[in-house]
Design a protein around this ligand. Structure first.
Ligand SMILES: Cc1cc2nc3c(=O)[nH]c(=O)nc-3n(C[C@H](O)[C@H](O)[C@H](O)COP(=O)(O)O)c2cc1C
Length: 137
């Protein structure tokens, strides 16, 4: 399995309903594909973690790339995994600008650090999971 994290920009200011539509298709399609993850939206930016079988993750990423609701997709972290972080979340949702970890990841992205700091990403993802659990049980 792999875990992939990418950033993108919402192509326009998306309403809650429009983001909800994305989550609905994710939750409809992802379970059969063995995909889990989280979609964070805020401040005109998306950040999504996709985890699951390598081919399924990469195929879904290619499909998502074509989606006109966002632009400038950039993979910022991709790693082989034996264990999911987002087990049970066909697509968790976090809607806010001030997520911990989100800022750090944006910062790393802006700096385009050559050394990928795996720990920063995995720590941030565990923070996302804590937020999901706190907000949605
Ligand atoms: C930021 C973003 C994240 C998305 N994530 C997923 C996803 O995890 N799973 C999914 O099936 N579709 C996702 N989509 C939607 C796909 O691009 C596509 O519209 C959808 O899979 C089509 O589903 P359908 O063939 O069932 O209508 C995402 C779209 C955007 C803009």
């Amino acid at each position: 399995m792999i875990r992939l994290l990418y950033l993108s920009q919402a192509s326009s200011a998306l309403t809650k309903d429009q983001v909800q539509k994305i989550l609905e298709s994710s939750r409809r399609n992802n379970p059969a594909l063995g995909l889990t993850g989280v979609l964070i939206h805020g401040g005109g930016v998306f950040m999504q973690v996709l985890e699951g079988p390598e081919q399924a993750v990469l195929r879904m990423y290619l499909k998502i790339l074509e989606d006109k609701r966002h632009i400038n997709c950039k993979i910022i972290y991709i790693t082989p995994i034996d264990k999911r972080i987002f087990e049970g979340w066909s697509m968790g949702a976090i809607e806010r600008d001030d997520v911990l970890g989100f800022d750090q990841i944006m910062e790393l992205h802006h700096q385009r650090k050559e050394v990928v700091q795996a720990k920063v990403f995995t720590n941030a993802m565990h923070e996302f999971l804590d937020i999901l659990k706190a907000e949605h049980g």
